[in-house]
Design a protein around this ligand. Structure first.
Ligand code: NAD
Ligand code: WQD
Length: 344
């Protein structure tokens, strides 16, 4: 079965392509490389022995995307393509609404034209806003987002739900990721943020490899056991497996389904930091800084629905997440940049 993977050269998309190829699916990537590297294709081939199809196309460009559907005739789509930096979305809301929402509309128009009605979408725990209960079940009402990036996920979920409600040929799966971290254990693919990392794990990893001086921990006065925020981290390879399980489940699906993908277990910023120190075998510089605007103190999911319906549960713990993240970072100190080719 051939799957079109938008944004498949990115962090989560590349790991999902590996899993798809390992499980006998064909993968065709559409990615404009706005936040990824062409080197990813070689790395996926090194891991799996298979090279995914690749089109350097912006999904907002209907004519080019249409041609991809015409030539490749995929049976389903996994849709990762989009901008994802929370802070940048506040500075550039038009770019975020345009790329994420127009891109999704263009994609669904092309899908409909070519008779492809199975779609998995990368959503986010961010759609829950600031929740009043924990853990977060899929039935928790969507909340008020604190940034344009979050609103694009919120709105796209609504758009896709409406599309599926209007035409029963559609099968839409909304996967709400919690905090994906880690890397493939080969160290050949991983997270490679451009510029200063916004997220915790890549920041710690860059401190460990000597690219940044010191981790700033945003807030140590939250109402949590050690005063730092708690999140539900999920290994990116577990997340990738979740996509393939969601794809398998689509055969029996009607309309829209929503699943949280997380472990159901929260870790504080300090717990993650110390787990990373253990993984890299050295003490790392850290200092407390003021709270970051918009952060919620605690977020973790109820993973039961994905377990019951998809048979999905996470395999990898925080030690493995940090070990794999470190393995990737030390083998590729500058990510996919040409300064440091991977030795693996
Ligand atoms: P990423 O930036 O590594 O991957 C996204 C890919 O999409 C990149 O390769 C980029 O080049 C491509 N892209 C962006 N706009 C495009 C366009 N218009 N046409 C074609 N390609 C385009 O991000 P990621 O972390 O792998 O995230 C994948 C998806 O999961 C995103 O939609 C993101 O919002 C969502 N998500 C990510 C997280 C996370 O913490 N990483 C959490 C929840 C949801
Ligand atoms: C985790 C914790 C920070 C960096 C974001 C998006 C969300 C989703 C995942 C896409 C927080 C703290 C961080 C640092 C720190 N993305 N931290 N120092 O905020 O849970 O979620 O990424 O959908 O939409 O908002 O993840 O990794 O940024 O932060 O202390 O240098 O680490 O304050 O408590 P977050 P994160």
């Amino acid at each position: 079965m051939k799957i079109l993977v938008t944004g498949g050269a990115g962090y989560i998309g590349s790991h999902t392509c590996v899993r798809l190829l390992e499980e006998g699916y064909e993968a065709v990537i559409v990615d404009d490389l706005s936040n990824s590297s062409i080197v990813v294709l070689d790395r996926i081939e090194q891991i799996t022995g298979k090279r995914p199809g690749f089109y350097p196309v912006n999904i907002c460009c209907k004519k080019e995307l249409d041609e991809v559907f015409e030539v490749e005739k995929p049976e389903a789509v996994i849709h990762f393509a989009g901008f994802k930096a929370v802070g940048e979305s506040v500075q550039k809301p038009m770019e975020y609404y345009s790329n994420n929402i127009s891109g999704t509309l263009t994609l669904t128009e092309c899908m409909k034209k070519h008779g492809v009605f199975s779609l998995i979408f990368s959503s986010s725990a961010t759609v829950y806003g600031e929740p009043d209960r924990m853990p977060l079940g899929e039935d928790c009402p969507k909340g008020v987002c604190t940034n344009p990036y979050g609103w694009t996920k919120w709105m796209i979920e609504q758009i896709l739900t409406d599309i599926a409600a209007a035409d029963e040929r559609w099968k839409v799966t909304l996967l709400r990721y919690f905090n994906p971290i880690g890397a493939h254990e080969s160290g050949l693919i991983g997270e490679d943020p451009k510029g200063i990392p916004n997220n915790l794990l890549p920041y710690i990893a860059q401190v460990a490899v000597g690219r940044r001086e010191c981790l700033g921990v945003f807030g140590n006065d939250y109402d949590t056991p050690d005063g730092t925020c708690i999140r539900d981290y999920i290994h990116v390879c577990d997340l990738a497996r979740g996509h393939v399980m969601a794809l398998d489940h689509m055969k029996d699906q009607n309309g829209t389904e929503i699943f949280n993908l997380g472990s159901g277990r929260g870790y504080s910023v300090l717990e993650v930091f110390h787990a990373f120190e253990n993984a890299c075998g050295k003490k790392l510089p850290m200092e407390f800084r003021p709270r970051r605007a918009g952060d919620i103190p605690v977020s973790y999911c109820d993973p039961e629905k994905a377990r019951k319906i998809l048979g999905f549960s996470t395999e990898f713990d925080i030690e493995k997440m940090c070990a794999d993240s470190w393995n990737w970072q030390k083998k590729n100190p500058y990510g996919y940049g040409e300064n440091a080719p991977c030795e693996a």
